[in-house]
Each structure stands twice: as structure tokens, then as C-alpha cells.
Design a protein around this ligand. Structure first.
Ligand SMILES: Nc1ncnc2c1ncn2[C@@H]1O[C@H](COP(=O)(O)OP(=O)(O)OP(=O)(O)O)[C@@H](O)[C@H]1O
Ligand SMILES: C[C@@](O)(CCO)CC(=O)[O-]
Ligand SMILES: [Mg+2]
Length: 399
């Protein structure tokens, strides 16, 4: 049995990160960067030592666990109780046992942050497939721990591959193309298992990252409820990676601690973020027929992003590297906000359409850009802004 190239996208959060963990609305969109997972169940002939193998292409590491050792940790009473149909959480005792199991692997100190991903992998694999020998290969376009939902894309692509190998999810069952190839019920099952993996990596995830990675497109998410947003006018964003590493679990815990120290003040902050996300979601859904000019729509979006960034600073999740990107883009009259958990990681910059249609702009960059064709203009503009940022960051383009 072989599953090839189950893939799940990363995401950006346009508004509402952190507050969404505390019940506020948030808006997220899938991006065109993916994590891919392939899986081959091994026969006894192929796996002489009978092991579960994991190859992580991007950090360039491979791991192997003998099935007998996994059985001791995951099914000590000898009852192989993998039950793919019903997602369940990893108990604290099992998590501690997984941590001891990982100590037997020689994970390089510089890559110790991979442990949470490996724990999620072992939990998902054994819960869905038991201790059957198999080889899993993962590769990703996403920077890890940078706010673009790498943990969720890892858990969603992994759950999709495992559930398909277990014969629970059928590709093609939903007809259609792309996302429609998998039936909605099956996607929901993949999403619920991925959420259990996210809990191991994040501690207390809201579920927004795994939901947008599973269902794609743009969503509003509040208290576990997902609403699909239909946007006929694409929003153009520049994504800048500050390359300052951070860990979502610690940042989420930090906001909860601040919230227990200042419950009233933080409740007001979360309430304000909720209003921002609600307003932002209604603006992205406006169609060409609605009587609001694109420019004023984008001005509103920019203002809401700016307000959200201020509130994220209030929560204590900004960082000097993020502030540097904000100041740099402001010099070009562009608004930015952090995306994902903050503390470093990626920053979003709204690229307004006015950049395309302002021939009399005094901006040297826009002027240079106007010499190019339409698509090139945006690219060139973004590229020159990006060149300034490139001194300290990596920049991705997202149009
Ligand atoms: N391709 C992968 N292979 C192995 N582990 C991964 C992979 N992608 C993510 N992970 C795990 O997820 C962790 C990063 O998750 P974290 O939630 O901190 O950041 P993120 O998901 O990239 O950002 P955010 O949660 O803010 O969107 C890594 O440290 C690793 O344990
Ligand atoms: C910081 C957070 O709000 C988003 C991380 O991408 C955490 C979560 O919602 O699970
Ligand atoms: Mg994450």
C-alpha cells in the first residue's frame, strides 16, 4: 500500500491571531506553499527489522523505531487499539512516554525543536495505523516555526496520508478536482486528527491553522466554527520572513499568562480584535457590485491591519525584528502586521492596487515600476521594497 504526495498548504492570518485562542474571530487564507507527505506500508520481506521509518527531507534527517519498541510504549497491554475513525487526544502520560522514547534518538541539539513534530508524528501514526511497519517521507516549502502554519500543514498532510493508508479516507470519493477529490466528511476527519497533532505541537491551538490547511481558501474562524469567505477581489500581500526563530507554544502560553495577570484589560483587547476580524471579513467579501471603491476598501483593510498590529503589541507578541520591518515598509507608505504567533517569524505587507494606477506618485519605486508591464509593475515594486528588507530578512511573494 502506497500513498504518494498527500499535501497541505500553509496559511497567513489576516487578523485575529492569539485572540482566536480566547474566543475572538480571526481571518486566515491558505497560501501556495505546501508540505507533502508520502507513505508506504512495508511488507515483512521489505522490513527485515520491522520498523516505522520517517524521513524529513528539509532538515535532512531520518529516524527509525522498531515496531516492537513502539508496541511497548503505545500498546503496553498488548491490545493494538488503533481506531482511525475516532480522533482522541494524547494523554499527558503517553506524551511523557513519547518524550522518553525520543530521548533514545540522537536528535542534534541544534534541531531539538523538531521533537514536538516527531511526537505528533508518532502519536498520529500509532493511533491510526497501530505499529505496522512503514516508511513516511515529508518535504515542505514552508519555513518551520515562522508563522506560516508549518505545524498545521505537517499534521494535515500526515493525517491525510495515514487515513488514506488505513483505508478510512478515499481519494476520489468526492468527485471533482483538487479539494473536492476528498469527501467533506473525510476532510473533517483529517482535520480532527490534525487538530490532535497540533495540540501536541502548540499546547492550546484554536484550530484555525489546521482548518484553513485542510479546507483551503479564505476562512473566518471563531470558537471552532468555520465560515468560508468568498473574495472576488484578490488581496495582494508581501510576506517577509524576519528569520528570527520562535515557538508558537511558548508565545500562546505567554499571552494566556498576561491574560490571567490582567483579565479585564486583556478581555477588552480580545474584544477589539474580534471587531477587527468581523469588519475585515465583511470587507474581503465585498464584490465589484458593492458601492465601495477598491481604494477605499484597501484603505480600510490597511487601517484594520495596523490596528490589529497595535493590539498584538499589547499582547506582548511583537519583536524588534518585526518592528524593523514595520518601520521599513512604512517609509514606502505600506502597512504591515505580524502573521501567525509573532515573536519573530513572518510579517505581512498589504500591497495596494493604487501602486498600479498612480502614475503621478512621487515614489521613486512606483515611478520605476511604471515602466514595466502590469504584472511586472507589482513585482518590481514589491521586489524593490523587498530588496531593502532583504538585508535582514527572507522575502516571499504572495499575489
Ligand atoms: N516539515 C516538518 N517536519 C517536521 N516537523 C515539522 C515540519 N513542519 C513543522 N514541524 C514541527 O512544527 C514546529 C513548528 O511549529 P510552530 O507552530 O512553532 O510554527 P509554525 O506552525 O511554523 O507557525 P504558526 O504556528 O505561528 O503558524 C517545528 O518545530 C516542528 O516540530
Ligand atoms: C497564535 C495562533 O493564534 C495562530 C498561530 O498561527 C495560535 C492558534 O490559533 O492556534
Ligand atoms: Mg504552528
Amino acid at each position: 500500500m502506497e500513498v504518494v504526495g498527500a499535501r497541505a498548504p500553509g496559511k497567513i492570518i489576516l487578523a485575529g491571531e492569539h485572540a482566536v485562542v480566547h474566543g475572538s474571530a480571526a481571518v486566515a487564507a491558505a497560501i501556495d506553499l505546501y508540505t507533502r507527505c508520502s507513505l508506504r506500508l512495508l511488507t515483512e520481506d521489505e522490513s527485515a527489522s520491522s520498523a516505522v521509518e520517517l524521513e524529513l527531507r528539509d532538515p535532512g534527517l531520518a529516524f527509525s523505531w522498531p515496531c516492537a519498541r513502539l508496541r511497548e510504549v503505545f500498546f503496553p497491554t498488548d491490545s493494538d487499539s488503533a481506531a482511525a475513525g475516532e480522533p482522541r487526544p494524547c494523554s499527558p502520560d503517553l506524551l511523557a512516554a513519547i518524550a522518553r522514547l525520543l530521548e533514545e534518538q540522537e536528535i542534534p541539539e541544534a534541531k531539538i525543536w523538531l521533537s514536538s513534530g516527531l511526537s505528533a508524528f508518532l502519536f498520529l501514526y500509532t493511533s491510526i495505523l497501530g505499529c505496522r511497519a512503514g516508511k513516511v517521507t515529508v518535504s515542505s516549502d514552508l519555513p518551520m516555526g515562522a508563522g506560516l502554519g508549518s505545524s498545521a500543514a505537517f499534521c494535515v498532510s500526515m493525517s491525510g496520508a495515514l487515513l488514506t493508508a488505513a483505508g478510512v479516507v478515499a481519494v476520489g470519493g468526492g468527485g471533482g478536482k483538487g479539494w473536492e477529490l476528498v469527501r467533506k466528511d473525510d476532510l473533517e476527519l483529517v482535520n480532527r486528527w490534525a487538530f490532535q497533532g497540533e495540540k501536541i505541537i502548540h499546547g492550546k491551538p484554536s484550530g484555525i491553522d489546521n482548518s484553513v490547511s485542510t479546507f483551503g481558501s479564505m476562512i473566518k474562524f471563531k470558537k471552532g466554527e468555520l465560515t468560508s469567505l468568498k473574495s472576488s477581489n484578490p488581496v495582494k500581500m508581501l510576506i517577509t520572513d524576519t528569520r528570527v526563530g520562535r515557538n508558537t507554544k511558548a508565545l500562546v502560553a505567554g499571552v494566556s499568562e498576561r491574560s490571567s495577570r490582567h483579565p479585564d484589560a486583556m478581555a477588552s483587547v480580545f474584544h477589539a480584535v474580534n471587531s477587527i476580524s468581523e469588519e475585515l471579513s465583511s470587507i474581503v467579501e465585498l464584490t465589484a457590485n458593492d458601492e465601495i471603491a477598491i481604494t477605499s476598501r484597501e484603505e480600510k483593510l490597511a487601517e484594520l491591519m495596523e490596528m490589529n498590529q497595535g493590539l498584538l503589541q499589547c499582547m506582548g507578541v511583537s519583536h524588534s525584528s518585526i518592528e524593523t520591518v514595520l518601520r521599513t515598509t512604512l517609509k514606502f507608505n505600506l502597512v504591515s502586521k505580524l502573521t501567525g504567533a509573532g515573536g519573530g517569524g513572518c510579517v505581512l505587507t498589504l500591497i495596494p492596487t493604487r501602486i498600479l494606477f498612480m502614475p503621478k506618485s512621487s515614489s521613486r519605486i512606483v515611478f520605476a515600476a511604471l515602466k514595466l508591464r502590469l504584472v511586472d509593475r507589482v513585482f518590481k515594486f514589491a521586489k524593490e521594497t523587498a530588496d531593502v528588507l532583504m538585508e535582514m530578512c527572507t522575502t516571499f511573494f504572495f499575489f
